[in-house]
Write a protein that binds this ligand. Structure first.
Ligand code: NAP
Ligand code: MG
Length: 497
């Protein structure tokens, strides 16, 4: 298969460093690591690697910034203005940030520039609006003459640890509500993709955020991430990543009774009923798995199709998959980029081999397809005749691999969809209004799209049911997750003479 997307000349990027107290610094032990450009399989640049000593330093700086009047006594209106302006700075630097994202992650520049980076800006501007509306209650007590009121207060230092698939956006989903609530943050971006988080820190400083309120520590999860989770002065860990790493973090966080928020993996079901707009459903299903090269937590990786339209849907999916060849991620027309790393590509190819050996029928893709002879690209892949017992239907593949499963009845479709330990998102396609609501209510998932897939808006919460996690990013619920409630009692009884 040939590709019509030619190689572009990537813009130069600066090496990454640690961002502590509003300035770049090196790791105390001088450690660095190499960032790879997955589209070329070659080094992009280097980055400082935070160790436990750097975590100690960043947490101390964030702890001091939390009580510093410059932040702690800032008026809500001023904090609101800074959050709004972070969004403005992100938009002003969209080309630079989008390039950093694509060069580290391999996602099409189309996605970085028109979706990820603008959505990150919107996230800060949405939470800017909340800053002036964080309020407690006045409560009527029956125990005596008291004035009782509650205050909604920040937690302290928040540790944010995020995955590499939407580096800036996942960071923004945590940093924006955490700052809106008045916390300070130490952000540990994924080792593969630290550059956009550093640019976010620069934008925040340009917008007037006081030094030390947001700190960014590139480095390894097993070292910097682990030290952040263990640190006694970190009040909460807001995590996005795999279920396996999340399980370890929950256990470690128990030692210091940290609050934890877990945004974990998915194996999301997408249900096509025979009464749906089939072309729209196929478009949505293809987008649901090939967008972001399938390295998307909510990817619609299990497609459940009513048997009477099964063959039609498979034929249309095959056509769409074959019209979506991998291309140079920096080319504006590319819609299928490079997988993030060789190890991830090998994992995805391993699942494809397993799908074949377990008896699924490969109808499109299935191969590695280098672009200009390089990079970690895998074709848009479709498997038909999958059963929900097969490995490719049970485990999160995190690649552009769709497993298509037939069903006969609505009850059967719901049962298959819910037969998973994960429950991040789900979709369904039907023209029957009653069925749309009914099935949406029955699906065990934190988000359900009806006649749509992969839609996000900062105003509505996103997060998992079951082993896909707990707590929510975005919406008013995310803000709640960065606040705690204090009850204040004022004795109003008359002084006894
Ligand atoms: P991961 O391996 O779990 O890593 C996530 C983050 O945790 C990275 O920053 C990682 O650092 C760090 N980490 C690793 N070990 C750690 C430890 N012992 N202590 C503290 N931090 C540690 O996940 P990933 O491979 O980057 O991302 C893919 C996964 O994220 C998928 O399962 C996907 O579904 C999930 N995800 C979920 C959502 C959601 O909203 N629910 C959104 C996006 C992605 P390193 O970079 O050094 O490994
Ligand atoms: Mg990982």
């Amino acid at each position: 298969m040939s590709t019509d997307v030619t190689t572009s000349t990537p813009p130069a990027v600066r090496p990454g460093r640690l961002w502590i107290g509003g300035a770049y610094v090196d790791a105390q032990d001088g450690a660095t690591f190499t960032i790879i450009n997955p589209a070329l399989g070659e080094p992009l640049t280097t980055c400082a690697a935070a160790g436990a000593a750097d975590v100690d330093r960043a947490v101390a700086v964030a702890k001091a910034a939390f009580v510093d009047p410059a932040w702690a006594r800032m008026t809500p209106l001023d904090r609101q203005r800074i959050l709004w302006n972070i969004g403005e700075r992100i938009l002003a630097r969209v080309d630079e940030i989008a390039a950093a994202e694509t060069l580290c992650n391999g996602k099409p520049i189309f996605e970085s520039k028109y979706i990820d980076v603008p959505d990150a800006a919107k996230c800060f501007q949405y939470y800017a609006g909340w800053v002036t509306k964080i309020a407690g209650q006045t409560l009527p007590l029956s125990t005596g003459p008291f004035l009782n009121y509650t205050r909604r207060e920040p937690l302290g230092v928040v540790g944010a640890i995020v995955a590499w698939n939407f580096p800036l956006l996942l960071a923004s989903w945590k940093v924006a509500p955490a700052l809106a609530a008045g916390n300070t943050v130490v952000l540990k971006p994924a080792e593969f993709t630290p550059l956009s988080a550093l640019l976010l820190a620069e934008c925040a400083k340009e917008a007037g955020l006081p030094d030390g309120v947001l700190n960014v520590l590139p480095g390894k999860g097993s070292i910097a991430g682990q030290a952040l989770v263990e640190h006694p002065d970190v009040a909460k860990i807001a995590f996005t990543g795999s279920t396996a790493v999340g399980q370890g973090i929950v256990k470690t966080a128990a030692d210091t009774v940290k609050k934890v928020q877990m945004e974990l993996g998915g194996k999301s079901a997408n249900l096509i009923f025979a009464d749906s707009d089939i072309d729209a459903a196929v478009r949505g299903a293809a987008n649901g798995i090939f967008y972001g090269k399938g390295e998307v937590c909510a990817a619609g990786s299990r497609l459940l199709v009513e048997r009477s339209v099964y063959d039609t849907v498979i034929a249309k999916l095959k056509e769409r998959a074959e019209k979506t060849p991998p291309g140079d991620p920096m080319h504006p027309k590319t819609r299928l980029g490079a997988l993030v790393r060789e190890v991830q590509m090998e994992k995805v190819l391993g699942y494809i081999a397993q799908g074949k050996s377990e008896g699924a029928r490969l109808v499109a893709g299935g191969e590695r397809q280098p672009v200009n002879g390089k990079g970690y690209f895998v074709q848009a892949t479709v498997f038909a005749d999958v059963t929900n017992a097969m490995t490719i239907a049970r485990e999160e593949i995190f690649g552009p691999v769709l497993a298509v499963i037939p069903f006969d009845t609505e009850d059967e479709a719901v049962a298959i969809a819910n037969d998973s330990v994960l429950g991040l998102a789900a979709g369904l396609w039907t023209k029957d209004l009653k069925r749309g609501h009914r099935v949406a209510h029955r699906l065990e998932a934190g988000t359900v799209w009806v006649n749509a897939f992969n839609r996000y808006d900062t105003a509505t919460p996103f997060g998992g049911y079951k082993q896909s996690g707990f707590g929510r990013d975005m919406g008013p619920e995310a803000l709640d997750g960065y606040l705690q409630t204090k009850s204040i009692w004022i004795d109003l009884s008359e002084d006894k003479a």
